[in-house]
Design a protein around this ligand. Structure first.
Ligand code: SF4
Ligand code: SF4
Length: 421
């Protein structure tokens, strides 16, 4: 296997192909603290791409209730268990060598590519994975709203943990799509080389004319976001709504637009963009890009299961009420710093968080104009001031898309209405 640099892990790792970075990379940030599990994203995707015969079980975008929910059933517990069995007790982060390039320090365990080198017959599989059984795809929203608690005890309310910062009775909603990984496991596993990563935006696609339905991608993807379609005998996956991202959607006016699942988000938890990347796969410095700011400057958004090794391009602001060991397993060692920063936001973070879902066009740059102080007091026991700053978003061509303020504007309606009583 070749050696590639994985900045999520702070080290080189084995991967079947040489690294080749796209000009820009499709990436997104989801703020889990805001998700209400309305499933508008799920249905926006379903009604656009997977409404046909043979796609009934296919949910390219889904929202599952953690810790028990999962689509397919128990996908993350299963792959974590396989990794643990392959490297018992060794799946740890040393945190060494933290730098701008390695914000989470070093991962000392094995990725799904490295674990496959030692545990499987060479070349029978390049990636450690498993093929879910048909029935595991049957219940996409299983365990919806199920909190943790003692098994078999109903209506149990944990009196000791009903206040922030951490609840003892908890659940949260994890919204998921394909991560359009920098080192895709689906692509690595395909014996027909039918899967490719686009050089212009890093979107990972399955060439439908090349695929023969061997399901190696379904087996290899640790996030289980490649899916098999029985009536065509071909695998399919999220295509990142690429006509929208390319700016060829009739509504776009020629400008890159965010995907359908992002645009439909009622909770305003989602922001998607195209980030600049260096030749080694790290993000190029782009200080005024909102995703670069959230991931690399504020460090509030973290990769989903970075230890798998695919360098996913989906980043999450972790839910602040959930026990930290669970979150550290899911998002890596950056969790405590991310929650501390999100809970006590500075002026810039407060402004950037206003950019979520004010427009469906992709934001390439933001700018903040300072406004007057509107509140002074304390937040979480610390001195705090809130300013009514204005944040301005710009499109690919440097044109303003919108501007918004921290304080919501007050609209005073005229006193007489048709239905006035
Ligand atoms: S999430 Fe899975 S299907 Fe998507 S690019 Fe990564 S490995 Fe491939
Ligand atoms: S649309 Fe947004 S708020 Fe609703 S379930 Fe999806 S991610 Fe959560």
């Amino acid at each position: 296997m070749a050696k590639v640099f994985n900045w999520n892990l702070g080290r080189e790792m084995a991967y079947p192909y040489e690294a080749r970075s796209p000009q820009r990379q499709f990436a997104f940030v989801f703020n889990i603290n805001r998700c209400i599990a309305c499933q508008s994203c799920t249905m926006a995707c379903k009604s656009t791409w997977t409404f046909s015969k043979g796609q009934e079980h296919m949910w390219w975008a889904n929202v599952e209730t953690k810790p028990y929910g999962g689509y397919p059933k128990f996908w993350d517990m299963k792959i974590l268990e396989l990794l643990e069995n392959a490297n018992s007790g060794g799946q740890t982060w040393s945190g060494e060598g933290k730098s701008a390039k390695n914000p989470y320090g070093r991962f000392e365990g094995k990725t799904i590519f490295e674990a496959a080198e030692n545990t499987l017959v060479p070349d029978s599989a390049r990636v450690l994975g498993y093929l879910p059984a048909d029935e595991e795809w049957n219940s996409p929203n299983i365990y919806e709203d199920n909190p943790v608690g003692d098994r078999g005890v109903r209506y149990q309310l944990d009196q000791a943990g009903v206040q922030l910062p951490i609840h003892k009775t908890w659940f949260f909603y994890l919204a998921r799509i394909c991560n359009h990984c920098s080192y895709p496991a689906c692509l690595a596993a395909c014996p027909r080389k039918a899967i490719y990563k686009r050089p212009e935006d890093g979107i990972v696609l399955i060439d439908q004319s090349e695929c023969r339905g061997y399901r190696k991608c379904v087996e290899a993807c640790p996030y289980k976001k490649s899916m098999y379609r029985g009536n065509t005998r071909i695998s399919e996956k999220c295509i990142a709504c690429y006509p929208r991202v390319e700016g060829t959607d009739p509504e776009s006016g020629g400008q890159p637009m965010e995907t359908r699942c992002m645009a439909a988000c009622i909770g305003q938890i989602r922001m998607q963009g195209l980030v600049k990347v260096n030749a080694d796969g790290t993000w190029a410095e782009d200080r005024a890009h909102p995703l670069y700011y959230l991931v690399h400057v504020a460090k509030v958004a973290l990769p989903l299961y970075p230890q798998f090794g695919t360098q996913p391009n989906g980043y999450y602001i972790p839910p602040r009420w959930v026990p930290r060991p669970y979150l550290r397993q899911m998002f890596g060692p950056g969790v405590d710093e991310a929650i501390e920063r999100y809970t006590n936001p500075d002026r810039e973070l407060t402004a950037v968080l206003q950019l979520f879902r004010r427009s469906n066009l992709i934001i390439y740059r933001y700018e903040i104009k300072e406004g007057k102080k509107i509140y002074e007091g304390t937040l979480n026991g610390k001195p705090y001031a809130l300013h009514n700053d204005t944040v301005i978003a710009y499109n690919r061509d440097g044109k303003e898309i919108f501007r918004t303020t921290i304080e919501e504007p007050v609209h005073i309606r005229p006193g007489v209405h048709a239905n006035s009583i």
